[in-house]
Design a protein around this ligand. Structure first.
Ligand SMILES: Cc1cc2nc3c(=O)[nH]c(=O)nc-3n(C[C@H](O)[C@H](O)[C@H](O)COP(=O)(O)OP(=O)(O)OC[C@H]3O[C@@H](n4cnc5c(N)ncnc54)[C@H](O)[C@@H]3O)c2cc1C
Length: 323
């Protein structure tokens, strides 16, 4: 790891000022993903600006209307254990609870989780000049690709690594971003971008912007859940994950959101699965139909065809758990 200066900011404006003073500087939250980047020489910043010293950025608030306001510095452990979140927005609490290990969850923040970079081994190795690093090849296409995407169409096939992002898209959350040009609020569904737009990035966050808050609308009348499948029960990223949020009336699904994780370069909303559920009672037949619909458009690479079957099983299982 190269030497760098660690700067602590008292306000978001100060943090942005400290970042701007030295080109190539980066923000740090819990530091779990950032430190990996520094150790692997993927980033060599002159200055690391710690956001943890900014007061109030770790608050979790349940508003009077039932919506949530979550500071980006709230740790995964706190979001997972928060009574209000668990009661009304179960998918979010579960997605944070399932991430990584207890030790990591007490340090890793929800903001950093959503903004972490992909785990693709070609991206993570300095010696591979892949598309994500500004090169012109996705080495996974002709290489080892068992963990790569089956949706999204490339040209880069690294999957989005965040558990929380999958639940946040399913729950219709938005991100509040503050930068030099002011504050903007972006729906989670629009925040994440496919590599066909720019393979070097996974979202629309600008270099000088700070994620200031995550807003999750009231989930009154909505039931949600998150499940994933992993190679091992100990800490690891999922092979496939699914978050489902359903609004029902008289036992009939009125509105469904089905979002898949670890299968595309962004949290992957399955419109076909949602259509298969709308207007139906949530029973075995509807769950099976939605699960079949969820694999529509999947194009596996040479080693990851198993993910198609996993998606189908996981969507059916997740829907039946909510039924
Ligand atoms: C062994 C292991 C297993 C794991 N398993 C899982 C898993 O199953 N599921 C899962 O989802 N994750 C998993 N992770 C990833 C882990 O959850 C993330 O690395 C962590 O959440 C990142 O959060 P952080 O606070 O440490 O972010 P940092 O490392 O501090 O930051 C990550 C990135 O976000 C930027 N950033 C952070 N906060 C802000 C902000 N507020 N505004 C602007 N930019 C910001 C930083 O500059 C950096 O680029 C695992 C990690 C490990 C090591």
């Amino acid at each position: 790891m190269n030497r760098f200066e660690l700067a602590r900011a008292a306000t978001a404006a100060e943090a942005r000022g400290l970042l701007a003073e030295k080109s190539g500087s980066v923000f740090k939250a819990g530091g779990i993903d950032l430190l990996d980047h520094l150790k692997e020489h993927l980033l060599e910043p002159p200055r690391v600006v710690d956001l943890k010293s900014i007061p109030g950025l770790d608050r979790i608030t349940v508003e009077a209307d039932g919506s949530l306001r979550i500071g980006p510095l709230a740790t995964l452990a706190r979001v997972a254990a928060h009574d209000g979140v668990r009661k009304t927005h179960a998918a979010l609490a579960q997605s944070c609870q399932e991430a990584a290990s207890p030790q990591i969850r007490t340090v890793a923040t929800i903001g950093g989780n959503v903004l972490q970079r992909p785990r693709c081994w070609y991206y993570r190795l300095e010696s591979y000049p892949c598309l994500k690093k500004g090169g012109d090849v996705c080495f996974a296409v002709g290489g080892e690709n068992r963990y790569q995407s089956i949706f999204g169409g490339g040209p880069s096939y690294a999957v989005h690594p965040s558990n929380a992002a999958v639940a946040l898209v399913a729950l219709g959350a938005s991100f509040v971003l503050e930068g030099g040009k002011g504050t903007r609020t972006v729906p989670a569904a629009d925040f994440f971008v496919l590599p066909s737009k720019d393979p070097k990035r996974e979202n629309t966050l600008q270099a000088d912007e700070i994620l200031m808050e995550i807003r999750v609308p009231s989930a009154a009348g909505t039931r949600s859940t998150y499940q994933d499948v992993r190679e091992r029960a100990a800490f690891d990223w999922p092979l496939v994950s699914a978050a489902v949020a359903l609004k029902s009336d008289g036992g009939v699904v009125r509105e469904a959101r089905v979002v898949l994780g670890a299968v595309a370069p962004v949290p992957w909303r399955s419109a076909k699965a949602e259509q298969a559920l709308a207007g139906k009672p949530l029973d075995e037949a509807a769950a099976a139909a939605a699960a079949r619909a969820a694999i529509f458009g999947a194009v596996p690479l040479s080693e990851n065809g198993y993910k198609v079957g996993l998606v189908q099983t996981l969507v059916r299982r997740t829907l039946m758990s909510i039924a």
